[in-house]
Write a protein that binds this ligand. Structure first.
Ligand SMILES: [Zn+2]
Length: 291
């Protein structure tokens, strides 16, 4: 249900192989030897022969921390583009999009609602540092706003997902504004930064949503190209592939909604699907500007 608009703007990744090669190079560069792992030479000791200091190709802890969660490391994300590829107009109807125009082999992970607050997930994100964007519904998070603060402290942005999670097109302009502005105000007060993006509940929106969002200070309405279930995504693409710039949807869910699986198990499956397709995870807000 995410993608009957925006298909035409899908970027064809002709440079995928090159991008992958670049990503691999960047990973090598990023894996600098850990200084603490090598014994420090005495200040005036004669220079050791080169063979005595083998280059440690991989940061020892990187693989271990992913293995702790039963995972292989994702490719590291490329540097955020200096010129943001998705430029949102600063006035007029909020722009609706489900992907970002980029040739970088990155996808973007968004997590919605906020009902499940599993401490293990905070530990997982602390370990893995995968960037996510959190679209939080006030009614789901107001019993424990604090849960999301360590996730925010990792650099993850909190964005708007309405107060009560209604089907927005069933409401008029004022009703939609109450939902969107109300959530934005509460999240701004709690988290200290104002949402600039809206995820409409159920992916349902109309032109009044675009108008209401703008009046609430929101410039972009974020849809998705694939939606995480329990073990795999439900894809818009009939070939079940990911594409550079795809926005992916997941939810803060627990065993009740995941047939007994936990949030971290679901999220591990999500990362596996991304890893086996050779994608990195970028930070959505790094690819968007408002003009
Ligand atoms: Zn939702």
């Amino acid at each position: 249900m995410g993608g009957f608009w925006g298909r035409s703007v899908r970027v064809v990744a002709g440079a995928a192989v090159l991008a992958l090669a670049l990503a691999v190079c960047q990973r090598s560069a990023a894996e600098k030897p850990k200084a603490a792992a090598a014994p420090a030479p005495a200040p005036h000791a004669p220079a050791a022969p080169a063979v005595a200091a083998p280059v440690v190709r991989q940061e020892p802890d990187t693989g271990a921390v992913w293995r702790k969660w039963g995972l292989k490391p994702l490719l590291p994300a490329p540097a955020p583009p200096a010129d943001k590829p998705l430029k949102l107009p600063g006035k007029g109807p909020a722009k609706v999009f489900d992907s970002v125009p980029t040739k970088d082999r990155v996808v973007f992970v968004t997590i919605d609602d906020g009902q499940e607050k599993d401490p293990k997930f905070v530990e997982m994100m602390n370990d893995l540092k995968v960037p996510v964007t959190m679209f939080l519904t006030k009614d789901d998070v107001q019993d424990d706003y604090g849960y999301f603060k360590p996730l925010q402290a990792l650099g993850n942005r909190v964005q708007d997902h309405t107060v009560t999670h209604p089907v927005l097109p069933t409401l008029g302009l004022e009703g939609q504004k109450r939902e969107i502005c109300g959530d934005r105000d509460a999240l701004t007060e709690q988290y200290g930064t104002a949402p600039t993006l809206l995820r409409p509940p159920f992916g349902r929106w109309n032109s009044l949503t675009q108008e209401a969002a703008r009046e609430c200070g929101i410039s972009g309405i974020v849809m998705w190209r694939a939606s995480m279930q329990i073990h795999d995504f439900q894809y818009d693409d009939p070939d079940k592939e990911l594409h550079p710039g795809d926005i992916l949807l997941a939810h803060f869910r627990g065993p009740e909604q995941l047939k007994g699986e936990t949030m971290t198990e679901m999220f591990a499956h999500l990362l596996e699907q991304i890893e086996k397709r050779g994608f990195a995870v970028g930070r959505l807000e790094d690819y968007i500007s408002v003009r």
